[in-house]
Design a protein around this ligand. Sequence first.
Ligand SMILES: Cc1cc2nc3c(=O)[nH]c(=O)nc-3n(C[C@H](O)[C@H](O)[C@H](O)COP(=O)(O)OP(=O)(O)OC[C@H]3O[C@@H](n4cnc5c(N)ncnc54)[C@H](O)[C@@H]3O)c2cc1C
Length: 304
Amino acid sequence: MTLLDRAIVRLLPAVPKPVVQRFSARYIAGATLPEAVRAVKDLNAAGKLATIDVLGEEVTHEDEARAIAAAYGNVFAEIEREGLDSNVSVKLTALGLHLSYELCRENVEDVLAAAAARANFVRIDMEDSTTTTETLRLYRELRESGHDNVGVVLQAYLRRTLDDVRALADLRPNVRLCKGIYVEPPSIAFTDHDAVRASFVRCVDALLDAGAYVGIATHDEWLIGEALERVRRRSLARDAYELQMLLGVRDDRATELVADGHRLRVYVPYGEQWYGYSLRRLQENPAMAGTIARATVGRAFGRL
Ligand SMILES: Cc1cc2nc3c(=O)[nH]c(=O)nc-3n(C[C@H](O)[C@H](O)[C@H](O)COP(=O)(O)OP(=O)(O)OC[C@H]3O[C@@H](n4cnc5c(N)ncnc54)[C@H](O)[C@@H]3O)c2cc1C
């Protein structure tokens, strides 16, 4: 990204919501569950797996958190009814983590019960660093109380992550590994591009050595190559790991990886609360900042 792009990215929260919505449409299946179902059907038809995320990270009341948990019940029912190949991803803040740990745990257990009733699986997304310790604590508690249909996410940009891999090793965890998207200070996170990549590779090695099932979640071509090389060196079977990408990002590359025989899962978010997720995706799109700036200026002059 150029310096100008970086400056524009920082100003994105000031961009009018309709402009953000227009440019982020490709990243979101829609506002409703039927739209998510349609997106997953298309992905499945192309040989791709999915993970459905009910957008909702801004909950302020217990009722909202319980409503999100209930929405996941509907998602599992639709997955079964439509015969979809999809699991789900949840955000603990959407399930009430900032309101109370116990409320959040109850909600996660409800989602896990709905999943278990249909032999399905729940991935706990990782959010900003204020939630890391509690997220990993909850993951351990759930596993130790007998829930096997749950996985977690680790972020390679956090300096603590290699230690977290070692701490989780006894659980033989199911881990999605990603770079990490929240803005974190250098005291706790690698901020240099190459350092994040190096940490990602170290974590892939440590996870595979620990016998973890790894979801390699990146669109970074260099990292995809490094991770697959490590999988190849260990002669892992094709069902012993998976690649993961986001809806609307590098779709053609995902198709190639499927054609090469890899399991590949696409993250499919849907729901009314599209704004926070959309901003994060636009901030990451190297080609988008300038385009949005032009559109915003155009709007200001009445051309949009
Ligand atoms: C399945 C999945 C789940 C995730 N879950 C989490 C999570 O729980 N917690 C968390 O903190 N982060 C999560 N992330 C986000 C992740 O941390 C990164 O922020 C994101 O994947 C971008 O990093 P990258 O590895 O793709 O590398 P980048 O260097 O950002 O991207 C590599 C290339 O991919 C393309 N690209 C990347 N993003 C976009 C975009 N938005 N639009 C267009 N092109 C793009 C560009 O060509 C870019 O050069 C998830 C990512 C994936 C794929």
